[in-house]
Write a protein that binds this ligand. Structure first.
Ligand SMILES: [Zn+2]
Length: 163
């Protein structure tokens, strides 16, 4: 079961990285993300990444057009709020993208470990970019603290040359 379980483990890891990216990519600097189907705002950790075509459709499982921020109510208790989610996809990405997703979702797609690993690295890189843009915001406010820790040389600079 070695190879198969490794692919499954990799897919689970990709689910986690991809879900975090979906929930964080449009979040505010304070981490607030908006449900695309009802407008409910909450911290991204308390929101879901909702699939339009559900996760068992492997061909569209990690398609960024197919997955969006949803609140738990819309994702779990309103059956994914499919009508509103369809409207969101068309509004945001266009009818062509919606039709492409519809066509793609039933294709048989057997992902390889290499493909899954490549997506983990890709979305992992996107998360690092988000971390960096956040830390550049917070470091701007802590610059004065940093300045206090800089030690200045106690000796005066040596004169260069004699002329
Ligand atoms: Zn909602």
């Amino acid at each position: 079961m070695g190879g198969k379980s490794t692919l499954k483990t990799r897919m689970n890891a990709l689910d986690g990285v991809f879900s975090e990216w979906v929930r964080r990519k449009d979040a505010t600097p304070h981490g607030i993300a908006r449900c695309v189907t009802c407008g409910h705002c909450a911290h991204w950790k308390n929101q879901n990444a909702g699939h339009f075509w559900k996760r068992q459709h492997k061909a569209t499982r990690w398609n960024p057009f197919n997955v969006a921020v949803q609140c738990i109510r819309c994702n779990k208790f309103r059956g994914g709020a499919e009508a509103e989610h369809a409207a969101y996809i068309i509004r945001e990405y266009g009818l062509k993208a919606f039709e492409d997703l519809e066509e793609a979702h039933n294709r048989v797609k057997k992902w390889t470990k290499e493909e899954v690993q490549a997506m983990i690295l890709y979305y992992g890189g996107k998360l690092k970019e988000l971390d960096q843009s956040l830390s550049s915001i917070s470091s701007a406010s802590s610059l004065s603290n940093l300045g206090a820790n800089i030690t200045h040389p106690s000796q005066p600079p040596r004169a260069r040359g004699s002329q």
